[in-house]
Design a protein around this ligand. Structure first.
Ligand SMILES: Cc1cc2nc3c(=O)[nH]c(=O)nc-3n(C[C@H](O)[C@H](O)[C@H](O)COP(=O)(O)OP(=O)(O)OC[C@H]3O[C@@H](n4cnc5c(N)ncnc54)[C@H](O)[C@@H]3O)c2cc1C
Length: 571
């Protein structure tokens, strides 16, 4: 008996050693050390962009305008651009301007902090200027409703503490020029006028409050991606390669990069040489950054969270709701999981989405691999990932709860915002994947971050965009942030002046004065056909005529030929 026990213990010991050895080999396996063949081009391409989402196409558009003589080559693994997170059905389409998102204005010691909200609204004004410039330049549609539509942004809460918070938030924000025009109410009848579905069937005694900002927008980032790409392709020095997956990256001794690409159609591989590489591969950017082997990559890990929405397509319902209504997040919920009831303009129709519900998956892309998460773990980030998991147990618990939700749980959540909703009026659709950043921090060890981050090498030869939020809404300002990190010489030699023609507020704080806010907003509202509110010089003594809310333009007609945003539905 004793000798059998000894044998079993021995086998277990061997097994443990074998597992530990395998884990050590796995964690130390250098992802970037696969062999990379010689490049087929002698003269390097000026810029290679990896991924055909809104980020790569925004950067390429900036570069084509700033340096028209540069060659740019894009590689996208799918059959078309804008099919992953940038696709209209794969995100919520909110033009994040911090008008409604309560997590952008935390309350500390009874004071509502507005600095983050102001920063985000500044970034969104940069997007409006960039898109307006592209409309004027003919790169985006002269019928802007194809990609951006006036959709008031509302925050909606219940319960005394939340109502008090919203009151304070409104009072603090309307002191800022860029938030002028936001209204607050606790009156159900007023809220019904803003968004009837929120009140229909609600207990008249329930205490609720809402803010209403007429300047909010719904944006179809997929259409923007497609239109920018089509415009880029009109120039001979931009080349788009679809069904081409980047599989390896290696830096040469002269600092150029060899980029190995697999052609999924012909099942052949080629390697091209580039002076600069932008990794705009959405959730997959982390793995490509790791593949590059640059030391900066060692500071990062990723944590994927997908999203699902309830989608309504009955026009008798969808046309009754013209707003994006954001609520309060549940305890432990990541910021991007704040519930919202949204008007969307997709595929030439006004539709409505409610969500998101978090969907746990180990994929980094909607069309990714189940091994994405595992293959991104290495000796440099494994400890940080484990520490972040332990520190964020409420997030882990939230994700487990979300994974167990049934249709009736989702319906119950919906009823809090839309009390008369019927269970058979919606269907569940799966949206895109977001990969949150886990980053090494000198003080805290490792932290989970919900924003975006540009990671670049010290020689300015490669840069990657990690993270997802506020995301596509702020893509032009994210790319403006990349330019000095990636192209410092060119910035010093004249790009800045040209950037000011594209984004007139470049280098200035729009919120610093009502006059500048008016100047910038008036111009973009005119080009993008969005409502405009004149901000008074003295915010505390507005002229009553100026305080009149603007008229929200009628929704574009369904199936209007000019408004067909043909996109693949993310079902
Ligand atoms: C559920 C959800 C809701 C969201 N809501 C909003 C919102 O309301 N407002 C907002 O502003 N943002 C929102 N976002 C975020 C926004 O969608 C993203 O920030 C944005 O689309 C990211 O664009 P991208 O170009 O970086 O990535 P993507 O659009 O994902 O594009 C990356 C591309 O790279 C390609 N690719 C990947 N790997 C390779 C490879 N090895 N070789 C070649 N190609 C490759 C992919 O196929 C893909 O086409 C949301 C995201 C999600 C998931």
């Amino acid at each position: 008996m004793k000798s059998i026990m000894k044998k079993i213990i021995k086998i277990f010991a061997y097994l443990i050693v074998a597992v530990l050895a395998a884990a050590l080999i796995f964690l130390n396996w250098p992802l970037y050390q696969r062999s990379v063949p010689a490049a087929e081009n002698e003269k390097p391409i000026d810029v290679v962009v990896i991924g055909g989402g809104i980020m790569s196409m925004t950067l390429s558009t900036f570069l084509q305008e700033l340096q028209p003589d540069w060659n740019i080559e894009a590689f996208e693994r799918l059959d078309a651009v804008g099919l992953e997170s940038s696709n209209g059905w794969n995100n919520a389409g909110t033009g994040h301007a911090a008008f409604a998102e309560l997590n952008y204005t935390p309350e500390k010691n009874g004071v509502v902090k507005t600095d983050r909200a102001v920063r985000i609204t500044e970034q969104f004004e940069v997007s409006r200027q960039f898109w307006a410039h592209q409309v004027r330049a003919g790169r985006l549609s002269s019928h802007p409703q194809d990609f951006i539509n006036a959709t008031p942004h509302m925050s909606f809460v219940w319960g005394d503490a939340n109502i008090e918070f919203l009151r304070k938030r409104h009072a603090a924000l309307v002191q800022q020029p860029m938030f002028y025009g936001m209204q607050f109410s606790t009156d159900q009848e007023q809220i019904r006028q803003w968004a009837p579905l929120l009140i229909e069937g609600r207990d008249p005694q329930q205490k609720v409050a809402a803010t209403y900002m007429p300047l909010g927008t719904d944006v179809n980032f997929g259409v923007i991606t497609n239109q920018l790409t089509a415009a880029l392709q009109k120039q001979p020095n931009f080349k788009l390669n679809l069904q081409h997956e980047v599989r390896a990256l290696r830096q040469n001794s002269d600092k150029t990069w060899n980029v190995t690409v697999y052609d999924l159609a012909t099942q052949t591989e080629k390697t091209v040489k580039a002076k600069f590489v932008f990794i705009g591969a959405g959730g997959a950017s982390l793995k490509l950054l790791q593949m590059s082997g640059i030391p900066e990559a060692q500071n990062y890990a990723g944590f994927p969270v997908g999203g699902q929405f309830l989608s309504f397509d009955n026009p008798s319902l969808t046309t009754q709701h013209r707003a994006k209504v954001y609520g309060q997040a549940e305890t432990g919920a990541p910021p991007m999981s704040v519930p919202h009831l949204d008007t969307r303009f997709l595929d030439g129709k006004q539709t409505m989405l409610f969500g998101p519900f978090a969907l746990y998956s180990t994929k980094f892309l909607k069309n990714g691999s189940w091994f994405d998460l595992l293959s991104s773990v290495n000796i440099h980030n494994v400890a940080g990932m484990m520490a972040v998991g332990v520190e964020n147990l409420d997030l882990v618990q939230y994700l487990v709860q979300q994974a167990m939700l049934t249709d009736s749980d989702r319906q119950a959540e919906l009823l809090k915002y839309y009390p008369s909703a019927k269970p058979d009026s919606w269907k569940l659709i799966t949206a895109g994947q977001r990969v949150q950043i886990i980053k090494k921090d000198l003080e805290k060890g490792s932290v989970l971050q919900f924003g975006t981050e540009i990671v670049a090498d010290k020689d300015h030869t490669i840069a990657a965009l990690l993270g997802a939020s506020p995301g596509a809404s702020t893509s032009p300002s994210i790319m403006l942030g990349l330019l000095p990190k990636a192209f410092p010489e060119q910035m010093a030699q004249g790009w800045e002046a040209r950037i000011k023609e594209i984004v007139p507020s470049y280098g200035r704080q729009i919120n610093s004065s009502p006059a500048l806010t008016n100047e910038i907003r008036r111009a973009t509202s005119e080009t993008l056909q969005l409502p405009y509110i004149e901000v008074p010089a003295d915010l505390n003594h507005p002229n009553p005529a100026q305080a009149m809310p603007p008229v929200i333009p009628a929704a574009p007609a369904a199936n209007d030929e000019k408004n067909l945003n043909k996109e693949e539905q993310a079902m």
